[in-house]
Design a protein around this ligand. Structure first.
Ligand SMILES: C[S@@+](CC[C@H](N)C(=O)[O-])C[C@H]1O[C@@H](n2cnc3c(N)ncnc32)[C@H](O)[C@@H]1O
Length: 184
């Protein structure tokens, strides 16, 4: 059976061309990223950031290029991280399967476009608590979205996200027809 890690390693050979090339203005897939960026620029926080499932590094653009000393991106796919290292050589990336906890710390926990649904809400909260974060920024696939990778992932409605994260008093809102944006 092909693992999700293998699928993303394979995807890393075409991912940039399909999803990133052309940028916010010319690539239709970049609209989601641009909308998330607009939200963060209005509602963002400052501090040390850890991103779970950074992929090819696009979270860095979405977050308005935080200072490299204040940012670490984790991902389980070496192929995706190699793309990230090429595009953002000044930033720190670490290979890790975020279904497992790790030792680090941050002020803001970030995870978007995939990993929140692959690892699920309870693991996300577990990371948040262990990393001693005070803020979070997540983008979830909504309950109708199909990521095309043929993999199991957790599907949440807006109400489920609101109920589980209610102790953090978050903003939870649709980003567009595919995603929910969550921030506190
Ligand atoms: C659709 S990509 C999105 C990457 C990036 N956040 C973005 O928005 O461009 C999803 C990423 O999640 C990573 N991923 C999935 N499950 C993971 C896990 N358990 N631990 C670490 N990374 C994971 C994949 O390797 C892939 O790079």
């Amino acid at each position: 059976m092909v693992s999700l890690k293998d699928k993303y390693n394979e995807a890393s050979t075409w991912y940039e061309q399909k999803y990133v090339e052309g940028g916010w203005k010319n690539n239709p897939y970049m609209k989601d990223e641009y909308d998330a960026h607009q939200f963060w620029m209005k509602n963002g926080e400052v501090g040390r950031i850890i991103s779970l499932g950074i992929g090819s590094g696009q979270d860095i653009e979405i977050l308005g290029k935080p200072h490299p000393k204040t940012f670490v991106g984790y991902d389980m796919s070496e192929g995706m991280l190699n793309n990230a290292r090429q595009k953002f050589p000044e930033y720190t990336f670490k290979i890790h399967d975020c279904k497992e906890y790790f030792q680090d710390h941050c002020d803001i926990l970030v995870s978007m476009f995939g990993t929140p649904n692959y690892i699920g809400l309870s693991k996300l909260i577990g990371h948040y608590q262990r990393l001693k974060a005070q803020h979070a920024f997540f983008v979830f696939y909504n309950e109708n979205y199909d990521d095309g990778f043929g993999e199991f992932y957790y599907k949440y409605t807006q109400e489920e996200i609101e109920r589980v994260l209610q102790p953090f008093d978050p903003i939870v809102q649709p980003l567009n027809k595919n995603y929910y944006i969550v921030k506190w």
